[in-house]
Design a protein around this ligand. Sequence first.
Ligand code: NAP
Length: 461
Amino acid sequence: MTMITCVSPVNGEVYAERPALSLDAAKDVVARARKAQKDWARRPLEERVQLVLKGAARLNEMADVVVPELAWQMGRPIKYGGEYRGFNERSNYVASIAADALSPMVVEDSANFARRIEREPHGVVFVIAPWNYPYMTAINTVAPALMAGNTVILKHASQTLLVGERLVQAFVEVGVPADVFQNVYLDHDTTSTLIAAGSFNFVNFTGSVQGGRSIERAAAGTFTNLGLELGGKDPGYVMEDADLDAAVDTLMDGATYNSGQCCCGIERIYVHESLYDAFVEKSVAWVSNYKLGNPLDPETTLGPMANKRFAKVVREQIADAVAKGAKALVDPKLFPADDGGAYLAPQILVDVNHSMAFMREETFGPAVGIMKVKSDAEALELMNDSPYGLTASLWTKDVERASRIGRDIETGTVFMNRADYLDPALCWTGVKETGRGGSLSVIGFHNLTRPKSYHLKKVTA
Ligand code: NAP
């Protein structure tokens, strides 16, 4: 029997373990989800929406368990109180637009014809979720998929093994039928085998580019609908008219919050030469204020990375960049808790360039590179010099300029004077190796349903 194991970054010990389902047991889960789907979809939309909202509310009531458990599983300091703000904002927003988003598009309703496009649920939706924001990333698909009348099977990351269990517990306790929303523990082979057998009508995968490729390969030829929300290397660009303090505050938070483990975290910053020195100085002071330590200590503001193997990647990228001429500006002595393992001090590198993996590959840690630029054209070229395309964060007072530059930026989202945020009213999507599809917003609902056309002729004469 294969065991799925969560090794805690807090102390390097096994925190939770669950047996992976056999292929036959996993097929039973899919069969139950398929059997339950039609009845679920026949319930009034408002009833489904209310049940999902009640499930989300129930999870809020479980904060005393959920918040420390999250710290143990992936290192988020308890000081931040879990992920409830984003989790609630997203659940509530999708609930508020569900009726509109799923309403038929009426083309004609005359004496002679009724012509319309209705939205039908896909059927069984499979959600494969990552550990970095384990509740928020899962709810992006779970909430609208259930509201739209799909049944959902959730496979969470090994690192956040208990998150799927908690979500399903909360939803089932408020009355969502057990077969409508199921949590599974699966190894990669069983996951791929199920997908390759066409078991699901929609698969939403959030995770690494490498993982996304495996899922796409498994689905090849099955015509399964896929949403692939993958990695990023998101840039910030600070123009000469930017509000410097606000830019430092938001971009440094975007680079380091959650130990830099955010898909839309800021990984590289281009600053106009007139603000460069001041920006760098203030940024170093900003990150030096972090208190790195045990995430269960209420004073800790920066926890360990979720796994020491993730910290190893960051350390190697930094060492490689420094060997190639980069300068590390944050004094590691300020962070005595840095243990060479999962506990990693934040870092800012200057004298970096795009020949360094640190400026091109996803770092996914509390480290960021800053480069000086002379013009919009230079900044644009550097921002687009990336295999990824999730978000870009522009800092200026000029909305027209941000919109103009935004049109040439190869990302799914363009921010001005903010960063590292998912607006549930907008479509969360990426280009290039960041994947394809889109979640949240009306478009998220459309992706979780299929169009069905009705052409009804009322008179035969
Ligand atoms: P990951 O290693 O790809 O894992 C993500 C999920 O996929 C986990 O549940 C994992 O299960 C599963 N998985 C990975 N490879 C698989 C395979 N071959 N077959 C079946 N399942 C597979 O990614 P991660 O390290 O958890 O997450 C960090 C990555 O996610 C970063 O690259 C980040 O940028 C990206 N991300 C993107 C977004 C977005 O919206 N674009 C949001 C959040 C995160 P196991 O844990 O059991 O291996």
